[in-house]
Design a protein around this ligand. Sequence first.
Ligand SMILES: NC(=O)c1ccc[n+]([C@@H]2O[C@H](COP(=O)([O-])OP(=O)(O)OC[C@H]3O[C@@H](n4cnc5c(N)ncnc54)[C@H](O)[C@@H]3O)[C@@H](O)[C@H]2O)c1
Ligand SMILES: O=C(O)C[C@H](O)C(=O)O
Length: 328
Amino acid sequence: MKAPVRVAVTGAAGQIGYSLLFRIASGEMLGKDQPVILQMLEIPNEKAQQALQGVMMELEDCAFPLLAGMVGTDDAMVAFKDADYALLVGARPRGPGMERADLLSANAEIFTAQGKALNAVASRDVKVLVVGNPANTNAYIAMKSAPDLPAGNFTAMLRLDHNRAASQIAAKTGKPVAAIRHLTVWGNHSPTMYADYRFATIGGEGVKAMIGDEAWNRDVFLPTVGKRGAAIIAARGLSSAASAANAAIDHMRDWALGTNGEWVTMGIPSDGSYGIPEGVMYGFPVTCENGKYTIVQGLEIDEFSRERMNVTLNELEEERAAVAHLLA
Ligand SMILES: NC(=O)c1ccc[n+]([C@@H]2O[C@H](COP(=O)([O-])OP(=O)(O)OC[C@H]3O[C@@H](n4cnc5c(N)ncnc54)[C@H](O)[C@@H]3O)[C@@H](O)[C@H]2O)c1
Ligand SMILES: O=C(O)C[C@H](O)C(=O)O
């Protein structure tokens, strides 16, 4: 039996937490041979802490063979202590009358504090996934607040967008979703994201040629994928939770256990590839092996794609500028 690893999850009593924790404890994220210790963080509020206790009771009641321990806390220094994996889900939601800038600064405070706590107490190899919105900028803030950890340990979740794009393509082509390869989503987890199937294949055949409909790409596919989060909120009255938790599991599993050469999308600090300025937390196509991700290189960027990639880049740069004073 392997030694247990420590998995920190913030916002553990929230919607996504409820879909996520049980799957981590059952081995779906890190493998059926990998025991885990769950270190769960919630806000210092009686109701939230009580709800967290309830979640922990249920985790106990599952008698998961791989669940080697549990910690529930309101202290980030406890939750992140020696963490090997950290899923930062808890964030401040947008309230009535709140502008995007207010949301950015409310979350900047949370992710500055959590970045500092990770810097102080987490494993030096900790793999961090930020789910809480605005995910890319929150991940950027946490990364900047943790100068002693490698910047590449911080990632943002674009995998839900990637999975949404795959399902739309499967529906359009009538092919199984599992057969789609080489798909990606560039940029920000926001409606400006650029879902790109120009390189995608199904059974070795190019998806672009198979669909052969640029108007569908521009007028149906891109808006459907980009606005899917809003469509779910409109339908459910709550934001996506099970699909978001599923994407978080996919992201961490692939990062930790590898993709066997297949592309997945991760929000990562740019290394300058594809003209995206270094350090910007941007969705890229990557492959993963031995616990490391590598950006897929050499893809041709046509004029339409460059335009889309710049729109989402500009939005990220605006978000970065809006929080810059908090990171000084
Ligand atoms: N990146 C993505 O694809 C994606 C997809 C879906 C949702 N999200 C985002 O994920 C976040 C969580 O969604 P949810 O539906 O679970 O929300 P939720 O409101 O149900 O749960 C969030 C939980 O986080 C807790 N929390 C808030 N601040 C915290 C802090 N500083 N430390 C620890 N816990 C804290 C809250 O008390 C709450 O229990 C939201 O920001 C949502 O917009 C992102
Ligand atoms: O869109 C949202 O606000 C929720 C989430 O980020 C999503 O994509 O479902």
